[in-house]
Design a protein around this ligand. Structure first.
Ligand code: B12
Length: 408
């Protein structure tokens, strides 16, 4: 029976904006997202610090980050038609089984855990598009949308925090009460007015904890809430193309793709987190993302392609990954690495990999065989940069005549 005193809207079958927002968040959960929240269509808190971050060159060689700062800081500039930001998060957390090989073993190459399985972009973007279709249905009209997973100039973490999805930790990652920071974000900018979720003040936040900063070997997180990305191991091993800064190579330890050190140090990630529901993230990289370095350095183009098909690791290409593996072989400090590094110096066509192998040999200078390998490589090498690395390695601990070797 209808109540004539009720406003017309409550008699309608179309949901009101709050109900619609709730239905959309439920649809997101049905589509496998672990959480969803709505933020106001405006610059998120602290967005105005972005130009300083760029001016300080913390973005290193990620020139694309410096483009369109006005768009990145304000979704209204990026897409004027939009009216709300829907952020979604998906956990990739998988506790390593007790009997998995120890990833800290320096003879192994370590991959960040988000990269153990298939590429998250290929999972989240289609799911966001499916969510867009569900929103059309729920809203009873075609809702125009822009879907992003690292693919658009927006500040994903601050926007998700502004919608109450969690809080930004001192490591600059977003922390969710159930999922810690081991999740990935995606967004739909919508031309649909939805009520925003309140940004939640964290109960405890980071307080005086700075474990992420003190555990970061490169000092990238020395200042709370600031990542000097040009020193971040994740940047160095994935985004930085070319020669790695010499002063940071030892600090990469055995990380060969990305890094989880700041996340592992965070107390919000050490208590029982819910594991991911997505088989997509199941480890495809052997030994729970920590295979032997000697296997990695031996990968040819075809083997690299087969091992990392559909994986985020393909981003570095073989040359980038093997550059990092060469550095990790030097950091291992074992003479077991010498035959593999010798083979690189003799047969590897990619100068970038040879250059870092020469550095790695320099780290093993207490083994007499190294001098022979480097001397021989110096005689045959034609690439200027590799020659310089060989010379520095010879100079470093081995001390040839006058500290260098004459090329003849
Ligand atoms: C570029 C980039 C990187 C760079 C730079 C990282 C950085 N901290 O900026 C590198 C390659 C190093 C990187 C590494 C990683 N990344 Co990344 N990255 C991005 C990307 C594409 C852009 C980030 C960006 O705009 N950086 C510029 C800085 C200035 O912006 P911001 O950190 O967001 O900074 C804002 C806040 O810090 C805030 N702020 C400033 N001052 C203050 C003060 C206070 C008190 C507060 C609260 C906030 C605050 O305002 C800033 C704007 O200036 C985003 C996707 C996106 N479009 O957002 C993914 C993203 C941030 N990365 C992600 C991931 C998973 C990682 C890694 C964990 C991967 C890995 N395991 O190796 C590491 C983590 C390293 C770390 N501690 O940040 C996830 C983060 C998910 C989460 N839980 O937070 C994102 C969102 C990708 C995604 N779609 O899921 N990444």
């Amino acid at each position: 029976m209808s109540d004539a005193t009720q406003p017309a809207s409550s008699l309608s079958l179309s949901p009101n904006p709050s109900e619609l927002a709730e239905l959309i968040k439920q649809a997101a959960r049905h589509l496998g997202f672990d959480f969803a929240s709505v933020a106001p269509y405006e610059p998120p808190p602290h967005a105005d610090t972005f130009p300083d971050w760029i001016a300080n060159d913390y973005h290193g060689t990620m020139a694309w980050l410096a483009k369109h700062p006005d768009r990145r800081m304000d979704p209204r500039v990026q897409w004027p038609q939009g009216k709300s930001v829907l952020s979604v998060g998906m956990s990739y957390h998988q506790p390593r089984p007790m009997d998995a090989p120890d990833p800290a073993d320096p003879s192994r190459g370590r991959f960040a855990s988000y990269a153990w399985g298939f590429d998250y972009h290929d999972l989240i973007l289609p799911r966001l598009k499916a969510l867009g279709k569900a929103i059309d249905y729920l809203a009873g009209r075609v809702v125009n949308a822009r879907a992003y997973v690292d693919t658009g100039p927006i500040l994903e973490r601050p926007l998700a925090a502004a919608g109450g999805a969690g809080f930004i930790g001192k490591h600059t990652l977003l922390i969710h009460w159930k999922h810690g920071s081991y999740f990935l974000l995606g967004e739909l900018l919508l031309d649909l007015e939805l009520p925003s979720d309140p940004a939640r003040k964290p109960l405890f936040g980071c307080r005086d904890c700075h474990s992420c900063g003190t555990s970061c070997p490169t000092g990238a997180l020395d200042t709370p809430y600031l990542n000097r990305a040009n020193r971040c191991i994740s940047y160095l091993t994935i985004e930085h193309r070319g020669i790695l800064p010499r002063n940071l190579r030892s600090e990469l330890r055995n990380w060969v793709f990305g890094c989880d050190i700041c996340q592992q140090a965070c107390p919000y990630n050490t208590r029982g987190l819910l594991p991911t529901r997505e088989p997509w993230f199941e480890p495809r990289i052997p030994d729970w993302g920590a295979p032997p370095l000697l296997e990695l350095i031996a990968l040819d183009d075809d083997q690299f392609g087969a091992m990392f098909k559909g994986s985020p690791v393909k981003r570095t290409k073989r040359r980038g990954l093997l550059r990092n593996v060469a550095v990790a072989l030097g950091n291992w400090g074992s003479d077991e690495a010498i035959p593999a590094l010798k083979r690189v110096m003799e047969d590897e066509p990619e100068p970038l990999i040879r250059a870092h192998a020469a550095w790695a040999l320099g780290q093993l200078s207490e083994y007499p065989a190294v001098r022979v390998v480097l001397d021989r490589a110096f005689k045959h090498e034609t690439d200027e940069i590799v020659l310089e690395e060989i010379n520095t390695s010879l100079d470093h601990g081995i001390h040839g005549i006058n500290g260098t070797t004459e090329k003849n």
